[in-house]
Design a binder for this molecule. Structure first.
Ligand SMILES: Cc1cc2nc3c(=O)[nH]c(=O)nc-3n(C[C@H](O)[C@H](O)[C@H](O)COP(=O)(O)OP(=O)(O)OC[C@H]3O[C@@H](n4cnc5c(N)ncnc54)[C@H](O)[C@@H]3O)c2cc1C
Length: 374
């Protein structure tokens, strides 16, 4: 079956031109490594998913190509609110050592389009869209792959940046460990002027809610009961705004997981981004983790030795996953009694001198992953 069609050769075959595959290809191209990046789809994923980037992720994107996050909203304040919208605590994430803001809110499709435009300027990088990886095998010298159009690729390395359902991971026989969260979230993006300047976690035991401003619009997320059909978003929106003043771009239900691949490498095949790990988006770290993977793995592949990759990245992924799960658990409390105790605790913790200062700066600095220093 592998005998048909032309053969392309490259040093690294990147499977998936989502944000992680695109940053990896850009990093390889900047380091002079010949890379072919293939994607099954012909255009970027149209629905915005990731919206938040910490200072280190902004720094990495700036090093990849300045201007990738142009138009993002920077230094957005974060509030924890009770069901009655009383402020329990306020957080402002401090700027990082690079001078980038502690929190930027952006549009993922815009970022992906800009990354693809940047790839087109890098001579060692070739992008093939509408090109699905359908089979591959490896030996000690490299990897041979076949694409959906029948063409073949020979590469020294293959990196699966092909998302949470990664074909590369599954076909390498790598299992995911971890768990899926029980309750789904309804995510609604709107376009239009919305007079809500903060990222707010509304800890309402009847319907936990997260909402945040985005360039040109706003996002709301509501926790659903297990098995609950997605409710009409309009009455939910009406609790905060006049829905007739905005246009609903999409309403989608997600069930999040906190999972890591048992290994991120099988010989000459590696995994990065959602293919290697997924986490709930409550702290906005999922894509950031993948961008950090891409940055560090690109450098290692350019040097010809990715052996320290998982050991470097996995502890930070675990730390940010724990932070996301903790934040989710705080917001998701559904028992009114538990919610009352949580509210009292948070309200006083944020007003205790030393602890309060630490919490209002976002607690532990998870953006210092050590990736930039490398
Ligand atoms: C509602 C929601 C909110 C989120 N919010 C945040 C946030 O605020 N901050 C944050 O950091 N993260 C967030 N995330 C997570 C973030 O969106 C993901 O971590 C990120 O999109 C993963 O990027 P990726 O490149 O690894 O995978 P993907 O974006 O899934 O890209 C994978 C690519 O691989 C291609 N592909 C798949 N199979 C093949 C194949 N066989 N051959 C060729 N190509 C293939 C696909 O077409 C796709 O283009 C959020 C996620 C969701 C769902």
């Amino acid at each position: 079956m592998l005998e048909q069609g032309p053969v392309r050769t490259c040093e690294v075959l990147v499977v998936g031109c989502g944000p992680v595959g695109a940053v990896l290809a850009a990093r390889l191209g900047a380091l002079g490594v010949e890379a072919l990046v293939v994607d099954a789809a012909t255009d970027v994923h149209p629905l915005p998913r990731a919206v938040a980037a910490d200072d280190e992720v902004q720094h990495l994107l700036d090093l990849t190509a300045p201007g990738l996050l142009e138009g993002a909203l920077h230094d957005v304040g974060v509030r924890l609110l009770s069901a009655s919208r009383r402020e329990l605590g306020a957080v402002r994430l401090p700027a990082g050592p690079s001078g980038h803001s502690g929190l930027a809110l952006f549009s993922q499709p815009t970022l992906e389009r800009r990354l693809r435009a940047h790839l087109a300027t890098l001579e060692p990088v070739t992008v093939a869209l509408g090109a699905e990886l359908v089979s591959w095998h490896q030996d000690v010298e490299g990897v041979r792959a076949r694409l959906g159009d029948g063409s073949r690729v020979r590469a020294s390395w293959l990196v699966g940046c092909d998302g949470a359902r990664s074909y590369v991971r599954r076909s390498a026989g790598i299992v995911m460990t971890g768990r899926e969260l029980e309750r789904p979230w309804l995510v609604v993006d709107v376009a239009g002027e919305v007079d809500r300047a903060h990222l707010s976690y509304t800890c309402d035991p009847a319907r936990p809610q997260v909402d945040m401003p985005l360039p040109g619009g706003h996002r709301w997320e509501w926790l659903l009961q297990p098995g609950e059909a997605a409710p009409d978003p309009i009455p939910l929106l009406a609790r905060d705004i006049d829905p007739s003043t905005v246009q609903v771009l999409r309403a989608a239900t997600y069930r999040y997981g906190a999972r890591q691949a048992a290994t991120w490498r099988a010989g000459r095949v590696l995994l990065a981004g959602d293919a290697a790990h997924t986490m709930p988006p409550f702290a906005g770290h999922g894509l950031g983790a993948g961008i950090r993977d891409a940055w560090v793995l690109g450098g290692m592949l350019a040097a010809g030795d990715p052996s320290g990759y998982q050991a470097l990245r996995s502890p930070h992924v675990r730390a940010t996953t724990r932070q996301s799960l903790l934040l989710g658990a705080v917001v998701e409390a559904r028992s009114p009694r538990l919610a009352r105790s949580r509210d009292t605790l948070l309200h006083s913790a944020f007003r205790t001198p030393v602890l309060g200062r630490w919490l209002s700066r976002g607690g532990p600095r998870t953006s210092a992953s050590g990736v930039v220093a490398r």
